[in-house]
Design a protein around this ligand. Structure first.
Ligand SMILES: CC(=O)SCCNC(=O)CCNC(=O)[C@H](O)C(C)(C)COP(=O)(O)OP(=O)(O)OC[C@H]1O[C@@H](n2cnc3c(N)ncnc32)[C@H](O)[C@@H]1OP(=O)(O)O
Length: 409
C-alpha cells in the first residue's frame, strides 16, 4: 500500500512528532523542549507521509533569512525534522517528500533551501551540497596560551544568569548576523532555545552559565558554557564546554576566550560548531593541542538559480556563462549569464556559449563563498570551457569572511 503525502495539520502534530523522535532513536525530550518544538513547527510548511492513520514520514521548512555574501538576508527554507519510519524506509518516502518540498519552496518564491544533515550522504541526490564547514575543538588549555590583542584587558567580564542576560546576548547576536554569510536572523521565539538546559546534555556538567563582556557599560560579547569538574590524584582536571560565544570586536573575543581557557580547576575546553576563521585559533601557542576537527555544516540547495545568484554579491568583477545541470529541479537546467561585482549582480537565461559547466550542487557548495570553484574543478566537478573563466569565477565567488552557521536546526 502506498503512502499519502499531505500538509501537516495542527491536530496531527503529536503523531507526526512521535515519528520524528522514534526515527532519531526514541529518546523523549522534556515537556518544555517538546512544547518549544511544537511552537516552532510551521505546520503549513510541513509535510507528513501517512500509511492509514500512522505517520511514517515527516519534513518541515523554517522561514529563514540567510545572510549571503554582500550581507543581504535572503529567504531560505530551513529543511528540518526529516524522518521516515524504519518500517517504511528505502521505499521512496523521503524522495517523495523532497520532491514535494522543493516544488513548494519554489512556489513560495524562496530561492534557497538549506539544511544540516544527520548524515551527509543523504541529500546530494536532491541537489544539496556542503556550503559551510565548522570546527570542533578539544583544547588542552593547561598546555596552550593565548596571545591576546591590545585592549583585551580593558574589557570587563561579569557573570549573569543566562535568562537575565538573554536580551543583551540576542542584541549582540543580531549585530553579527549581516557580517557573515551562513548566519541566520533569529525567528521569533527562538531566543528561548539557547536557554534550554536539558540534563542529558550536561552529562555531569554544571547548569548553563553566562559571562558578558562589557566596554564602557555596553555589552560587546557573551559566552554561554558549562563546567564539568573532575578530580584526579594528581589534581583537578575539569572541562569547560562552550555552548555559544559571540563578540563584536577582537578585544572582546580575546577576553572571553582567555577567560574560558583559564577557568580555575579546569584543564580542557570543548567547543563544537565554531567558525573555521575563529580569531582565537590564530592566538594559540600550540595549535596541535587544540584537537581541531572539521565537519560539514550547512548544506545549500539553489532552488531558483537565477534569483539565488542575483541575491549575493561577488568579491571581484565576473561575467561568465554557466551551463547548469539540475536533474531534480529541471527548471534550473540550462545556460545562465552571471554578471556581478561587489555591488550587485544579474543572472539571466542566455543562449550564449558556456564558459563553465557544472551542476546545481557545485553552485550550492560555492554559493556562500567557503568552497572555491577551483577546488571543485580539481575534483573534476567543474569544467572550464573558456580559458580564464575558472579563475575569474572562482575568485568572484569566494568570500573574505568564512561562512558559518552558528547553530543547528
Ligand atoms: C534535515 C534533517 O532533518 S536530517 C535528518 C534525516 N533523518 C534521519 O537521519 C532519521 C533516520 N533516518 C530516516 O528517517 C530515513 O532513513 C531517511 C529519511 C534518512 C531516508 O528515508 P527513506 O524513505 O528511506 O529514503 P528513500 O527511500 O527516499 O531513499 C532515496 C535514496 O536515498 C538513499 N538513502 C536514504 N537514506 C540514506 C542514508 N542515510 N545514507 C545514504 N543513502 C541514503 C536510498 O538508498 C535511496 O537511494 P537510491 O535512490 O539510489 O535507491
Amino acid at each position: 500500500m502506498g503512502t499519502d503525502l499531505r500538509v501537516l495539520r495542527q491536530d496531527d502534530w503529536d503523531k507526526w512528532y512521535e515519528n520524528l523522535i522514534r526515527a532519531f532513536g526514541g529518546v523523549q525530550e522534556s515537556p518544555e523542549e517538546r512544547a518549544l518544538w511544537r511552537e516552532r513547527t510551521e505546520t503549513d510548511r510541513s509535510l507528513g507521509a501517512w500509511d492509514g492513520d500512522a505517520c511514517v514520514g515527516t519534513a518541515g521548512a523554517f522561514s529563514f533569512r540567510l545572510t549571503v555574501p554582500g550581507g543581504a538576508p535572503v529567504p531560505a527554507a530551513g529543511v528540518t525534522m526529516v524522518s521516515v519510519a524504519a518500517t517504511h524506509r528505502r521505499r521512496g518516502v523521503l524522495t517523495s517528500m523532497m520532491r514535494r518540498q522543493l516544488d513548494d519552496v519554489r512556489s513560495w518564491g524562496e530561492p534557497l533551501a538549506v539544511l544540516t544533515a544527520s548524515e551527509p550522504a543523504i541529500y546530494g541526490r536532491f541537489g544539496y551540497d556542503i556550503g559551510t564547514h565548522h570546527a570542533n575543538v578539544e583544547v588542552e588549555t593547561s598546555r596552550v596560551r593565548l596571545t591576546v590583542p591590545p585592549g583585551t584587558d580593558e574589557v570587563r567580564l561579569r557573570y549573569a544568569a543566562p535568562a537575565d542576560a538573554l536580551e543583551a546576548c540576542e542584541a549582540v547576536y543580531a549585530r553579527t548576523v549581516s557580517g557573515r554569510p551562513g548566519m541566520l536572523a533569529r525567528l521569533p521565539g527562538w531566543d528561548r532555545l539557547w536557554l534550554l538546559d536539558p540534563e542529558r546534555e550536561r552529562a555531569g556538567a554544571s547548569p548553563l552559565q553566562c559571562v558578558l563582556a562589557e566596554r564602557d557599560g555596553e555589552v560587546v560579547g557573551y559566552a554561554r558554557f558549562r563546567v564539568k569538574p573532575d578530580w584526579e590524584t594528581a589534581g583537578p582536571k575539569g572541562t569547560v564546554g562552550v555552548q555559544d560565544a559571540e563578540a563584536l570586536d577582537p578585544a572582546a573575543h580575546a577576553a572571553l576566550w582567555r577567560f574560558l581557557f583559564e577557568i580555575d580547576l579546569t584543564s580542557s575546553l570543548v567547543a563544537r560548531g565554531r567558525p573555521l576563521d575563529e580569531p582565537w585559533l590564530y592566538m594559540v601557542s600550540d595549535i596541535r593541542r587544540c584537537g581541531l576537527r572539521i565537519r560539514d555544516s550547512l548544506h545549500v540547495r539553489l532552488v531558483d538559480v537565477g534569483a539565488a545568484l542575483e541575491a549575493r554579491t561577488y568579491q571581484a568583477p565576473v561575467d561568465v556563462v554557466l551551463d547548469v545541470e539540475d536533474a531534480f529541479c529541471p527548471w534550473n537546467t540550462g545556460r545562465w549569464r552571471l554578471s556581478g561585482d561587489p555591488k550587485g549582480a544579474s543572472c539571466t537565461r542566455t543562449e550564449d556559449r558556456a564558459d563553465l559547466a557544472l551542476s546545481v550542487r557545485e553552485l550550492g557548495a560555492t554559493y556562500l563563498g567557503g568552497v572555491t570553484l577551483g577546488a571543485l574543478a580539481g575534483a573534476g566537478r567543474v569544467r572550464e570551457l573558456r580559458p580564464g573563466a575558472l579563475a575569474e569565477a572562482s575568485l568572484a565567488f569566494a568570500s573574505t569572511v568564512t561562512p558559518w552557521l552558528p547553530h543547528g536546526f
